[in-house]
Ligand binder design. Sequence first.
Ligand code: ZN
Length: 316
Amino acid sequence: MTTLVLPSKVTICEVAPRDGFQAENKWIPTEEKIRIVRSLANTGVRSMEITSFVHPRAIPQLKDAAEVVRGAEDLTNIKFRALVPNVKGAERAIDAGITKLKLMLSATDSHSLSNANSLVEDAQNGFTPIIELAEKNNVKVGGSISVAWGCPYEGKVPLERIISIVDRYTKMGIEEVSLADTTGMANPKQVYEYLGVLKNEFPKMEFSMHLHNTRGMALANAFAALQQGIVLFDSSIAGLGGCPYAPGASGNVATEDLVHAFEEMGIDTGMNLDSLIATAKEVKNYFGHDGGSYMLQAGPSSALSPRVKAQEKLES
Ligand code: ZN
């Protein structure tokens, strides 16, 4: 038997409080947001994208970002990060006590215009004051690339484009970049091939994968990324999420599905699958829907053991 060498340990960042909540049209009261964040905190998660400090008019659902952050400030074993679209958002995030900011950027001009009303290059030029402010306040900054694998307006994104964006991030001193499959257009072969080149070109850069399961390929894409040694993944409890500006975009890969898949392969996530499934059920009950979760549908494969035994008894 040939052994497949994969990372022994990964870190999962829970993004439902940002990516999931912003996709919900109905107002989620602040105390309910905090309650879900606190329930997630009991699953063993150590990293969470808790909110986005966007203009309240752009995404009204997240207008209570600062209050949500304050409602979780005693959860000191979790590294909270927040998405910031501009320096004003960065100021608000830092004031609220956030110690890691994530920059927002699209891979293509079309997506950038519809998502952030600016061209990619203009958005990049806006990063300098954010990074300066973060440095002054001893706050970390990570980069992101939305629609990195495929754009709903422009189709497949060429690797050269991603390389040039990562290169610019590198020159700005950024050490971690999230590669987002915002609309579920990536495929495992592409993920494997792109990451192979990116890791080679930027050996010091930490890449993280932010996968949506719009077309059922998120777990396969995660596996391709694992094979390239990627150890940072985003996911969302109960598969909540979707970019409100991307046509047809729905559902991040569910945290419970990703953890199940990793743990089945013997990869340590540090998270507790039973607590995750319990929280996913609570979240589904509250919203009246999930965003696609195999664990909520079928349960973990380990739960089948008792039934197999019963069958054995019948046959004997
Ligand atoms: Zn997303």
